[in-house]
Design a protein around this ligand. Structure first.
Ligand code: C5P
Length: 239
């Protein structure tokens, strides 16, 4: 995995729309993110189709259940050939560790690619105010760090987190821990329901490796030009 890149979120239930977006974007982006909506609608078929197009896939299904259930679902994703998947760190260390160990053992035995496994810290749509209603005694930032460190201790490759938290995670977890950040909004885009956002160049400067961008690209009038603008900003060409 290179240490920085662009992931486009295919958040739709329309396979024709996916096909159009992939045709426009596949030579520009590093990974396509298949989320709950698309996977729940089309299942492994959409993964198979994306693989047939030569795309790399981040299955953003945010698993959270008992260790046995999550690890078996993760093995199914590994068999389907996804390149990255994620789980909620709030599911706890035994869920995370069991999944990491089983996926690594299974892919080694089968001689298939081992997907990168990322942990979700706190959703980027969660505001401080909303977080405070969830009854945690830790401050939001402290919770993000304790979740990230727990995930690292359980063997995860990295985390998904707000770009606003990237620099403190980088400091706490070191240079090799992947930080994937949604909540990216270029200056020219609307914020939608995202709350803890930054621009693409700010996110990279804060220590993020991969930027997840959905609506600023997929809802743009010209998705390929929107992706180009973001890629230029990531290369530091239009700041
Ligand atoms: O359209 P937008 O750029 O807001 O899409 C961001 C994507 O990243 C969505 O698919 C969302 O589910 C996902 N995501 C997020 N916050 C997280 C983890 C994933 O927004 N912490």
């Amino acid at each position: 995995m290179q240490d920085k890149g662009l992931i486009v979120a295919l958040d739709t239930d329309n396979l024709e729309r996916v096909k159009v977006l992939v045709a426009q974007l596949k030579n520009k982006v590093d990974y396509f993110k298949v989320g709950l909506e698309l996977y729940t609608t089309f299942g492994p078929q959409v993964i198979e189709w994306l693989k047939s197009q030569g795309c790399s896939i981040f299955a953003d299904l945010k698993y959270h259940d008992i260790p046995n259930t999550v690890s078996h679902a993760a093995l199914a994703l590994a068999r389907q050939g996804v390149d990255i998947f994620d789980l909620h760190l709030s599911g706890g260390p035994s869920m995370v560790e069991t999944t990491v160990n089983q996926v690594r053992q299974f892919t080694k035995e089968q001689g298939i690619k081992t997907p990168k496994i990322l942990g979700i810290t706190v959703l980027t749509s969660t505001s401080e105010q909303e977080y405070s209603k969830q009854g945690y005694s830790e401050a939001l930032n402290d919770r993000v760090i304790s979740l990230a460190k727990m995930g690292q201790a359980c063997g995860l490759d990295g985390v998904v987190a707000s770009p606003k938290e990237a620099s403190m995670i980088r400091k706490a977890c070191g240079p090799d821990f992947l930080i994937v950040t949604p909540g990216i909004r270029p200056k020219w885009a609307v914020s939608d329901d995202q709350r803890r956002i930054t621009t693409p160049s700010q996110a990279l400067n804060l220590g993020a490796n991969y930027l997840v961008v959905g609506r600023p690209i997929t809802k743009a009038e010209h998705p390929a030009s929107a992706a180009d603008k973001i890629l230029m900003e990531m290369e530091g060409l239009n700041n």
